[in-house]
Ligand binder design. Structure first.
Ligand code: ZN
Length: 136
């Protein structure tokens, strides 16, 4: 497994429009536009930031993982996951499993912008929700 960089930091936000007003208006970052990922029940926007990006995630359903995260976080947003870019996600998943890691996704699934992604179980990674990301 070869990790190249932090692909992005996933930040849960209660309201994407309000969050963009902060990240674009105050920090001066620029969003690539937004996309709804149905199976993850999220609407996301990516903001390139040097070699990495910030991913803002708003829940589209009251029972989605981001809605649950915000509820557990006292109604506030916050850093939800860290995504690491890998060369070959199938191999990375196999390597992680061979090292005893529990994967939330045993097979890659669709991520925003056409990436292939897989989440590791946070109980296997010291409480941090790690996402593996492969981009073409
Ligand atoms: Zn992500």
């Amino acid at each position: 497994m070869n990790i190249n960089r932090v692909d992005h930091i996933g930040i849960a936000v209660p309201n994407l429009e309000e969050a963009l007003a902060f990240y674009e208006g105050v920090l001066g970052l620029k969003s690539n536009g937004s996309e709804v990922i149905e199976d993850q029940k999220v609407k996301v926007a990516f903001l390139p930031c040097g070699d990495s990006e910030l991913e803002l995630l708003e829940s589209t359903e009251p029972d989605g993982p981001i809605a649950k995260f915000i509820k557990k976080n006292g109604g506030r947003g916050g850093i939800q996951h860290v995504a690491l870019r890998v060369d070959n996600i199938e191999k990375a998943i196999e390597d992680m499993k061979a090292k005893g890691m529990r994967m939330l996704d045993e097979k890659p699934r669709y991520g925003a912008g056409g990436a292939k992604i897989a989440f590791c179980h946070p109980k296997s990674s010291l409480g941090v929700l790690l996402e593996l990301t492969e981009r073409q």
